[in-house]
Design a protein around this ligand. Structure first.
Ligand SMILES: Cc1cc2nc3c(=O)[nH]c(=O)nc-3n(C[C@H](O)[C@H](O)[C@H](O)COP(=O)(O)OP(=O)(O)OC[C@H]3O[C@@H](n4cnc5c(N)ncnc54)[C@H](O)[C@@H]3O)c2cc1C
Length: 374
């Protein structure tokens, strides 16, 4: 293959994938323009549970990339002083709904070399003291000691500092909706909402849930299953929670300001979407979510809402990540995935590697954008 490393790349999207891709490109000496519609971290990366995990059932290649994702977060925590304020590995605790069992999930995780321990309800207080053991299903729970959580806006701010230190990137916020410019089947730049054209040798789309729409405009097929979703942020309280909880009615993790962040499947399904695509959730749904969270915590604290983060959750049509150059437009690369917190750093590494070398990293081979063509 005759691939030349690009001299100048434009990365579109101010979320974690855009941040990590720009950081990796500039780390490898590539001049990069990082452009985003509004402010950095104003998309899904600013309103996510951000549970770092590969728990439960999934394809082997997806499991591998998520494990690599967690490993990169461990590297980051060793490399960046003070990151323990917003990146923690205090484990994850999960239990099943009444009438269901997590025993198969536990056996599956153990069979796939995932760090997973079965704990009885009477052992829970010793492992995650902030949980009310009476809330745990009588069959017990799974504790995944290697899991954690991250505050992505804090990471994006740190990556921005690193990018600026390399002195090779221009960061453009509030550029409005940008679109790749394609000539003769090749991405040759980006047009900002104000009509400014930025020429480039390669363009990376890291535009979260907006990615399928942008690709379809360019004639690149892309499956989209991105639902409206929200997380609730509470006001700070003395909760003592360090682990991530995945319980039948609510998932919870600590927040950097001393509050909690939470979401759930049932509350997500309660969202209504206007004709123009604007999502809403009723106040009583949010209130019930807060009560469900209080009910699994020791002492059943009353949780007070600070704000909700509402928008779309990026999920490709087949649920698996989309990583790499498109078949239809040369020089146009895509980073689009759910579990993007877990893959936040490894995604940038994989995309940058392909952009620079032209070689498809083994980890990303099963996740090519071209698979949606048929
Ligand atoms: C409720 C919820 C819970 C989640 N829970 C987890 C979890 O527990 N674990 C996990 O690993 N992952 C989780 N995720 C997924 C994870 O948060 C996302 O996959 C990840 O944040 C996506 O990052 P991104 O950079 O791809 O997109 P985003 O953070 O959405 O960033 C995209 C950026 O691109 C900008 N943009 C879009 N279109 C354009 C355009 N045309 N021109 C210019 N700029 C544009 C946007 O303004 C935005 O700033 C969750 C997500 C949600 C919403």
């Amino acid at each position: 293959m005759n691939h030349q490393a690009p001299e100048h790349v434009v990365v579109i999207g101010g979320g974690i994938f855009g941040a990590s891709t720009t950081e990796q490109l500039t780390r490898h000496g590539i001049r990069t323009t990082w452009v985003t519609a509004g402010s950095l971290a104003d998309g899904a990366s600013g309103r996510t549970l951000a549970w770092l995990n590969s728990a439960g059932f999934r394809s082997e290649p997806y499991h591998r990339i998520r494990l690599a994702g967690i490993a990169r977060w461990r590297d980051f925590s060793r490399r960046v002083p003070g990151s323990d304020a917003y990146l923690r590995f205090d484990g994850g605790l999960t239990w099943a709904k009444p009438g269901q069992s997590h025993r198969d999930r536990f056996r599956y995780e153990r069979a796939h070399d995932y760090v997973s321990a079965w704990v009885r309800p009477d052992e829970v207080s010793g492992i995650v003291p902030a949980v009310d053991p009476a809330a745990v299903d009588p069959e017990g729970a799974i504790f995944n000691a290697d899991e954690g959580w991250v505050d992505l806006p804090s990471v994006i701010a740190e990556l921005r500092r690193e990018i600026e230190a390399y002195g090779l990137a221009e960061i453009v916020e509030h550029a409005g909706r940008c679109v790749p410019v394609v000539e003769d089947g090749r991405a040759v730049g980006v047009l900002t909402a104000a009509g400014e054209r930025i020429d480039a040798d390669a363009v990376v789309l890291a535009t979260g849930p907006q990615t399928p729409g942008l690709l379809q405009e360019l004639g690149v097929p892309m499956g989209d299953d991105s639902p409206a979703a929200f997380v609730a942020f509470t006001k700070p309280l003395d909760h003592g929670l360090t682990a991530v909880l995945n319980t039948p009615r609510v998932a919870i993790r600590p927040a950097v300001d001393g509050g909690l962040v939470m979401d759930s499947g049932w509350s997500e399904r309660s969202i209504t979407v206007e004709r123009d695509g604007t999502p809403h959730v009723a106040d009583d749904v949010v209130e019930t979510l807060l009560q469900e969270a209080g009910a699994v915590l020791a002492g059943h604290p009353t949780l007070e809402l600070d704000h909700i983060g509402m928008g779309y959750k990026p999920i490709p049509g087949d649920g698996e990540p989309v990583i790499g150059e498109t078949d239809d437009v040369a020089g146009l690369y895509v980073a689009f995935s759910h579990s993007g917190a877990t893959q936040g750093l490894v995604m940038g590494e994989l995309i940058a590697s392909e952009v620079i070398t032209g070689r498809v990293p083994e980890l990303t081979e099963p996740f090519r954008p071209g698979r949606f063509a048929s």
